[in-house]
Design a protein around this ligand. Structure first.
Ligand SMILES: Nc1ncnc2c1ncn2[C@@H]1O[C@H](COP(=O)(O)OP(=O)(O)OP(=O)(O)O)[C@@H](O)[C@H]1O
Ligand SMILES: [Mg+2]
Length: 224
């Protein structure tokens, strides 16, 4: 059996008195698409933030891509995020005064070196070759999320995280974004962890886990 990309044992996260994640044992295989569901406040974003190295565990073990995240220094964790992870949020978090291509180049800048030709290619790949010079405010919600996908994949991450990436989109744009993620995953074979409130969105994954009050209460395999 191959070593899972994500492996947790007794993973917990507390914020003061609040126990946002109760001891969690989870394994996610390389290349798997995991959907994470649960009501508001159940710990979905908490889990995503831990796995993406955006936050640190309170207890238990957490290994991602063979790295023990709790053992990494702040610099090590920043390097892990830069080299291993791509993230798409519900709110796009694009820089409003930069064009689409500049937003993607900014991500290259933080990773290594900006390369406009490569950034253009990534935007063409997400169907935005004709909107390179437009700023986020001049793009539709679905187009903005596609810029975010281009930005998330530009540095070839091994793990793509989405926290309700289609939460603000209509049905047509949602399908477009998910179809695109599916195609990109088939090409680049990255692992996907996608938080959603929507069963239809979750059904695009290989497996869904359900959190309730910080506990993994159920899981459902949709395809192997
Ligand atoms: N930085 C923080 N400080 C204090 N409490 C927090 C913090 N982040 C999350 N929490 C608490 O932890 C619990 C889990 O929050 P989390 O954001 O993981 O929920 P969620 O499942 O993503 O919810 P939603 O669907 O509303 O986004 C909640 O009770 C929340 O209030
Ligand atoms: Mg959340």
């Amino acid at each position: 059996m191959t070593v899972p990309t994500i492996q947790t044992a007794g993973l917990t996260k507390g914020y003061g008195d609040i126990c946002a994640l109760k001891p969690l044992d989870l394994q996610v295989a390389e290349g798997e698409w995991l959907s994470v569901m649960g009501h508001s406040g159940s710990g979905k974003s908490t889990l995503m933030n831990l796995v993406g190295g955006l936050d640190r565990p309170s207890g238990g073990s957490l290994s991602v891509g063979g790295q023990d995240l709790s053992a990494l220094s702040e610099d090590g964790l920043a390097r892990f995020r830069r080299e291993f992870v791509g993230i798409i949020f519900q709110q796009h978090h694009l820089v409003p005064y930069l064009s689409a291509v500049e937003n993607v180049m900014l991500s290259q800048y933080f990773h290594s070196v900006p390369d406009e030709a490569e950034a253009r290619l990534a935007l063409e790949r997400v169907g935005l070759g004709h909107r390179l010079k437009n700023r986020p405010g001049e793009l539709s919600g679905g187009e903005q999320q596609r810029v975010c996908i281009a930005r998330a994949i530009i540095n070839s991450p091994k793990l793509l995280l989405g926290d309700e990436p289609t939460g603000n989109l209509d049905h047509k744009s949602t399908v477009m974004v998910l179809e695109l993620l599916k195609e990109l995953r088939a090409e680049d074979r990255f692992t996907v962890v996608l938080v959603t409130h929507n069963e239809e969105v979750a059904a695009w994954g290989d497996r869904t886990i359900y959190l309730d009050d910080g506990v993994l209460v159920r899981e459902e395999r949709l395809r192997s």
